[in-house]
Design a binder for this molecule. Structure first.
Ligand SMILES: O=C(O)CCC(=O)C(=O)O
Length: 292
């Protein structure tokens, strides 16, 4: 789905754009199935190890993970894109309608930035929130999780739920219109967050999304997580894309071309896996956050 010119202007001015219905259920279902299979394997293993007692096999995808996580935090181990490295996730990162939308902003040569996550945000009853965490991001700009060298890279964050994400389920909260001032200083205390005196006093927008919607944010757009007060897990992906050739802000992890006029620039799933495993087994380059 390409963007209209008013949507492009809105994104550039506000640093925020929710685009409805970019993805079809058929785009997302293979990824959901891949995750459900992972959960099944992990739950069986933990059951064999005596770490969980109830497999909750009859529960739907949105409910099961929380019920398992509530019994053992180890359910969450390895449950991220660069750990699972699944073929269906790799295909999803190339979804045509998603790239068509991004092409409206980034041009025709598009790279997938290695800062990308799958977040399985369980209901708070299974993970009481005592402070910032992977599931409870405080106010930050994504520029803060990149090296300063990427300050001028047009990295666009692309957040999307795998199913629905309502305010009660802990969808994101975003401040529109904060792009012109660039990077705001962040601190590590409190989990990579904008220092209090620099936090813009701007009314935040609650980004509830239906399945298929995506939220696009600039690297300077402040955003944070909301608590999950529902009974369902909030499943989401936060991906980042950029024009090919610009600095990724994460030299220690592999980026790869997802759209190009020259098909030779594309890589295979096997190569993607190899690059990630090599980065994990032989760490080099910068992987950390910019916040000091
Ligand atoms: O998914 C969330 O709740 C937070 C995501 C986030 O902070 C990000 O994509 O940078």
């Amino acid at each position: 789905m390409t963007l209209r010119s008013d949507q492009i202007v809105e994104f550039r001015e506000q640093g925020l754009l929710r685009v409805r219905g970019v993805l079809n259920p058929e785009d997302l279902q293979p990824v959901i199935d891949e995750i459900a299979e992972f959960i099944d394997r992990r739950a069986l293993q933990l059951h064999q190890d005596g770490k969980i007692t109830d497999l909750h096999t009859d529960e739907p995808f949105q409910r099961r993970y929380g019920l398992l996580f509530g019994q053992s935090r180890e359910m969450g181990k390895g449950l991220d894109i660069m750990q699972m490295l699944g073929p269906r996730m790799f295909n999803f990162l190339h979804t045509e309608s998603l790239l068509d939308t991004l092409e409206s902003l980034l041009g025709r040569e598009i790279t997938c930035n290695p800062i990308q996550h799958l977040r399985a945000k369980p209901p708070d009853e299974f993970e009481p929130q005592t402070g910032p965490s992977f599931h409870m991001a405080p106010w930050h700009q994504d520029a803060a999780v990149m090296m300063p060298e990427a300050e001028n890279s047009d990295v666009i964050t692309c957040w999307m739920p795998l199913l629905r994400a309502t305010p009660e389920m802990g969808c994101m909260e975003v401040m529109p219109g904060i792009v012109g001032d660039g990077y705001l200083r962040h601190q590590k205390e409190g989990g990579t967050t904008i220092v209090e005196e620099l936090l813009p006093q701007q009314q935040a927008t609650v980004m509830d999304c239906e399945q298929g919607d995506i939220v696009l944010m600039s690297r300077f757009t402040p955003h944070r997580s909301r608590p999950n007060l529902s009974e369902h897990c909030r499943w989401s992906l936060d991906l980042r894309y950029q024009p090919t050739g610009q600095h990724t802000g994460r030299t220690g992890h592999p980026d790869f071309v997802v759209r190009s006029q020259d098909p030779a620039n594309r890589i295979s799933h096997d190569e993607w896996k190899r690059l990630w495993k090599d980065a994990q087994d032989n760490p080099r380059g910068v992987v950390g956050h910019r916040a000091t």
